[in-house]
Design a protein. Structure first.
Length: 258
């Protein structure tokens, strides 16, 4: 069993080196670069990674392209802002080196995110199971616009590993706000619309409050201190905005372009 570690990246010169170092145990490191204009490609190449640059087609399509371009059938998928913990690396190497091969067709891995300098253990952010180690002959990335994930073929077995992927998520509050407004809420609204979902005035006016209370109270965000409060507030903003954008789509409200 050999493993290709596939990393997607775009203008990640400050993060790509640590991501590559965390998968140096892999039999191949492949970076799929979305036409970076910084030193991402230079750094990745200098560290021995194979790099393919191509236009950005969306998260799922980019990740599936990486899967299809890898040398080996077993894939470990990583984003540039993620790291494989030493404990997780040991678990994966044990699977790779085990006589008789892996017991499962894919493995879910807990992901631990850092936000505002703190490891988040509640707020609905942990354990955030991710299916990242899998046999590409038995699964593929789905075609969702947001919240993309690996889907194994019917009947395939899935195991779980104990150790974490470390996720160095949003750098600061301004980036969090911008990503919600420019990426996550518009994409979520578009995905909901394409799936036939519709919102209502009641849902639009209550979605933000419900999301805040769910994150902060129900999912224990208050235990994460100020970062947990901020996560809950942004969750509320995201919920409100995606329903507002969905309302515009379903009512064919045109947007002005300057």
């Amino acid at each position: 069993m050999k493993i290709s570690a596939v990393i997607i990246a775009g203008n990640e010169e400050s993060k790509i080196a640590d991501a590559i170092l965390s998968v140096e145990w892999a039999d191949e490191v492949l970076v799929i670069d979305s036409e970076s204009v910084d030193r991402t490609v230079e750094i990745a190449t200098s560290m021995g990674a194979r790099v393919i640059s191509r236009p950005w087609p969306g998260f799922s399509a980019q990740k599936q392209f990486g899967v299809d371009s890898a040398k080996f059938d077993w894939i470990f998928s990583l984003d540039a802002d993620e790291r494989v913990s030493p404990e997780l690396a040991s678990e994966i190497k044990n699977i790779r080196d085990k006589a008789g091969g892996p017991a499962f067709s894919g493995y879910r891995i807990p992901r631990s995110s850092f936000y505002m300098g703190r490891q988040i253990r509640h707020s609905g952010w942990y354990p955030d199971w991710q299916l990242r180690l899998f046999d590409r002959r038995k699964g593929h990335w789905n075609d969702l616009i947001v919240h993309e994930s690996v889907r194994l073929n019917d009947g395939e077995s899935v195991g779980r590993l104990r150790s974490d992927i470390i996720h160095f998520t949003i750098d600061d509050a301004s980036e969090h706000h911008r990503l919600i407004g420019e990426r996550y809420a518009p994409l979520a609204a578009q995905q909901m619309f394409e799936r036939g979902r519709r919102t209502s005035l009641l849902r639009l006016t209550t979605a933000g409050s419900v999301a805040f209370l769910t994150s902060f109270i129900v999912k224990g965000g208050f235990l994460d201190g100020l970062p947990g409060y901020c996560i809950a507030r942004f969750a509320g903003h995201h919920a409100f905005l995606k329903h507002l954008l969905l309302w515009e789509l379903q009512n064919e409200i045109p947007r002005e372009h300057s």
